[in-house]
Design a protein around this ligand. Structure first.
Ligand code: SF4
Ligand code: F3S
Length: 106
């Protein structure tokens, strides 16, 4: 499965949602997650993310391994999102800033 990682936090551009053929994204207040049981590894979402936040689970950076479990867990409790919406305010300013993990709102 593919995995949404830290740089989505406080950005949530949602471009990824529009290209997913199986609608496997879920939405929280300031982050999206992918349901690993539904993702078919099509790879389409990777290039769409302006924050470059989506990785194959085999390629998730070493310091972000916890996001594999986090996507699996959050996808069980958050609602699905199937259409693109506006990014969060200041998404561009928050794109690439370090230390966003602690800002994740569940
Ligand atoms: Fe959806 Fe494809 Fe991305 Fe998986 S890899 S989340 S199926 S767009
Ligand atoms: Fe997040 Fe990138 Fe999608 S910032 S909402 S994973 S387009």
């Amino acid at each position: 499965a593919y995995v949404v990682t830290e740089n989505c936090i406080q950005c949530k551009y949602t471009d990824c949602v529009d290209v997913c053929p199986v609608d496997c994204f879920v939405e929280g207040p300031n982050f999206l997650a992918i349901n690993p049981d539904e993702c078919i590894d099509c790879t389409l979402c990777v290039a769409e993310c302006p924050a470059e936040a989506i990785f194959s689970e085999d390629d998730v950076p070493e310091d972000q391994q916890e996001f594999i479990e986090l996507n699996a867990r959050l996808s069980q409790i958050w609602p699905a999102i199937t259409a693109r919406k506006s990014p969060l305010p200041d998404a561009d300013a928050n794109n690439g800033t370090p230390g966003k993990r602690e800002l994740l709102v569940e």
